[in-house]
Design a protein around this ligand. Structure first.
Ligand code: MN
Length: 308
């Protein structure tokens, strides 16, 4: 009868609690009645639909909402995220949303629906890559100038679809990964959302260049958490010496993600052993004098490599 099995129901409830928990951490209001209503309406509307993974379809909009809550977005965006596929895939209409959730949410969902349909039209028209890129870009930018939140929802939608791409056919995987690399990742970069950009790039690489990707994974065998711990230790050590030298500085570290290593190897025709900056530490100081002082501290701590 289209009822969602208990195990899946529990998963939906768990994800919803997670969403509210994240929202509470940054949202000034504690009234999430409308979020709850959007959750119930979207869950009901999608209840007979399943994803290729076998999970209830509604898992998808819930994950999209969580990605956006992690970016600390407003209630309307989160509601629109929960409802982003209902106009396209269920019997609910834009008017229904307008009546129940107001103009803003209906407008956002409508924007996402148009963007989705647009990208389907483009791939079916078989336009060349250059035409496709330019044309899509233009339309996306246009949508963006109306309301940037439409693009943010679309990016989160794409990110969750990329995370679950393994359930699609090989042809779809190639098409979607390429489109992600050529259109969505540059937009995420332009908007300065590097967290999404980095993940989109790494996931695209995994499908477009699986050999290169798994080779990198293999060579950088240490897990990401271990690498992050390693870089944190270096940051702590450097901070101690910089503070002792009486220099005021902001110090942070980062681990390069797969795609940027891959790009560097390819562009500069290097092997992984020739890539020196798998890890990076950045020291920001106020004056040129402090900059040289900091460099001096670093040279005392580590042996410089001539010519680099
Ligand atoms: Mn979607």
């Amino acid at each position: 009868n289209g009822d969602i099995p208990m195990r899946d129901k529990n998963e939906l409830t768990r994800l919803y609690s997670k969403l509210i928990k994240i929202m509470k951490s940054y949202h000034p209001s504690s009234d999430f009645t409308m979020i709850n209503q959007a959750y119930e309406v979207a869950k009901e509307a999608h209840k007979e639909q399943y994803r290729k993974s076998g999970e209830p379809f509604f898992i998808h909009p819930l994950h999209v909402a969580i990605i956006l809550a992690e970016l600390k977005l407003d209630k309307e965006t989160i509601m629109a995220a929960l409802l982003h596929d209902v106009v396209e895939d269920t019997e609910l209409t834009r008017e229904d949303l307008e009546r129940e959730f107001g103009h803003e949410v209906a407008f956002l969902v409508d924007g996402v629906t148009k963007l989705t349909n647009f990208s389907v039209e483009i791939s079916e028209a078989g336009l060349s890559k250059e035409e496709l890129k330019l044309e899509s870009f233009r339309k996306l930018i246009m949508a963006m100038s109306n309301d940037i939140r439409v693009i943010l929802i679309k990016l989160a939608d794409r990110l969750h679809n990329m995370r679950t791409l393994k359930y699609k056919s090989p042809e779809s995987q190639q098409r979607i990964a390429r489109e992600t690399m050529e259109i969505y990742s540059p937009i995420a970069q332009r908007l300065g959302i590097s967290k999404i950009k980095v993940e989109l790039d790494d996931l695209s690489l995994k499908y477009l260049e699986p050999e290169a990707y798994y080779d990198l994974v293999d060579k950088i065998a240490v897990r990401k958490s271990v690498r992050e711990k390693y870089i944190q230790n270096i940051v702590d050590e450097v901070s101690e010496h910089i503070v002792n030298a009486g220099i005021k500085a902001q110090i942070d570290g980062r681990v390069k993600h797969f795609f940027s290593i891959y790009k560097k190897m390819k562009n500069q025709n290097k092997t992984i052993d020739q890539i020196y900056d798998l890890f990076a530490v950045r020291i920001i100081v106020d004056t040129v004098k402090d900059c040289y002082a900091a460099l001096g501290v670093i040279h005392e701590m580590y042996k410089p490599i001539p010519g680099r």
